[in-house]
Ligand binder design. Sequence first.
Ligand SMILES: Nc1ncnc2c1ncn2[C@@H]1O[C@H](COP(=O)(O)OP(=O)(O)OP(=O)(O)O)[C@@H](O)[C@H]1O
Ligand SMILES: [Mg+2]
Length: 395
Amino acid sequence: MASKESEIESNDSAPSKKGAKKTSTDSLMEFLKGIKGLSESMQKRVHKVLTTEGIVDPRGIRAFTQKELENLPGITDATASLLFGQFESKRDGSIFLSLEEREQLELVRSKILTGAKELDTLLQGGIPTGTFVELYGAPQSGKSQMCYSISVNCLLPKDFGGLEAGVIWLDTEGSFNSQRLKQVLSYYEYTYNIPKGKLNTDKFMVAATRTLAQIELAIKEAGKIIPKNNVKLLIVDSLMDPFRSEYGGLGELASRQKHLNRVLHNLMRIAEAYDLAVVYTNQVMANPDPFATAMDKVQPTGGFILGHASDIRLWLRRATSKIRNQFDAPNARRALITDCGWLPQAECHFSLGPFGICDVAEEAKHRELALEIGFDVKEEASQEEEVQTEFATVE
Ligand SMILES: Nc1ncnc2c1ncn2[C@@H]1O[C@H](COP(=O)(O)OP(=O)(O)OP(=O)(O)O)[C@@H](O)[C@H]1O
Ligand SMILES: [Mg+2]
C-alpha cells in the first residue's frame, strides 16, 4: 500500500491544478505557514491535499471532523490535530472564554431580515447567522414563501437592509421557482428605484437535490462555493421529504434517524465554520394522542433528532378569519416560536403577498402595487381556517 506521503507526491504532479484558485487558496497557505511544528514541505503537501478536497479557505477545515481529516491522504493524525488546534478559542493558552469574550463572538453575528417587520421583531432583529431555523407547518402555510423572502433579504445590498451575501438553496421537492424569487426581488427594485435586473443575483445558487445522496453531495460541494460567494444562508426546502421517502416503516426508523443526524451534523459544521444561517422547512403530522394540547396536536416530523438540532422552531399556519377580515389580508398567516433557547414562546402575524412575505397591514397595499406593476395577483381561494394534517402511525 502506498504511504500517505507518496500518494501526495503523485498528486503534486497534476499540472492542471497549478495556479488554480490562486487568491482564494492564498489565505489557506498563510494559515498553514502560521502553524508552528508544520515544516515547509508539509505545509505545501497539506495545502495540496486540502485544495484537492475543495478546502480553499482555512475556515473550511472546521467543516470536517478530525477523523475525516485524518482519513485524507497525506494528513497524519498528528497533522490533523495540529490543524484543529488552531481553531480553539485560546485565551492565555486556555480554551475557555470569559463571558465578555463569548458575548463579543455572539454579537458579531449578522441578522437576516424576513420581509415582515413583526416577524423580525419577534426574532429580535431577524434570523441570526450561525443558527438553525426550522419552519414547519401544513401545506400552503407559507414555508417556501418565507424562504424566498429571507433569500432576497440576504442577497440585497447593505444599504437596503440586506447582507449582500450569497444564498444556497437545496430544492428537495422540485418546488423552487425562479420567477417567484424574481417577483420578490422586484419589490425592492421598485421601492429603491433600481433599474430592473440591476440587483445582483450572481450569489444565488440552487441545486435540485431530490435524493439523500444528492443532498450529501451538495453539502460537500457547498464547502467549495461558500467562501467564494460569501454565503450566509443555506436553505433546505424541505429537509424531511427525502428522508421520509427513502426510509419507510417503523423498521427503518432507527436507520433514518441515524442518517438524519449525520446530515444535520454536516450542516452544523458548515454553519459554524462559515457563520451562516441554515433555514429548513419541515412537514407536519398529526399527534393521535387525544389529550394533546392544541400546539402538540400538530407535530413537525423528524423526531427528537431534528428537535434538538433546531435553534429556532417556527410553526406557521393560517390566521383566524378575524385577523384576515380586520386587515383585508386573505393570505394572513401566524408564526409561533414553539421552541428557542433564548426567545420566549410568542406569536405574530404575517401575510403571503405578491412580493413574498410582509406584515398583514401591508398585504392590501402590496396587492395594489403588484397590479400597478402588472403582476397576476393571487388571493387565497378558501377562507376556511384549517390545519391540514396527515395521519400516520409512523413519520
Ligand atoms: N405570487 C403569489 N402571490 C401571492 N401569494 C402567493 C403567490 N405565490 C404563492 N402565494 C401564496 O403562497 C401559498 C403557498 O405557500 P408556500 O409555497 O410557502 O407553501 P408551503 O408552506 O411551502 O407548502 P408545501 O408544504 O406544500 O411546500 C399559496 O397558497 C398562496 O397563498
Ligand atoms: Mg413549500
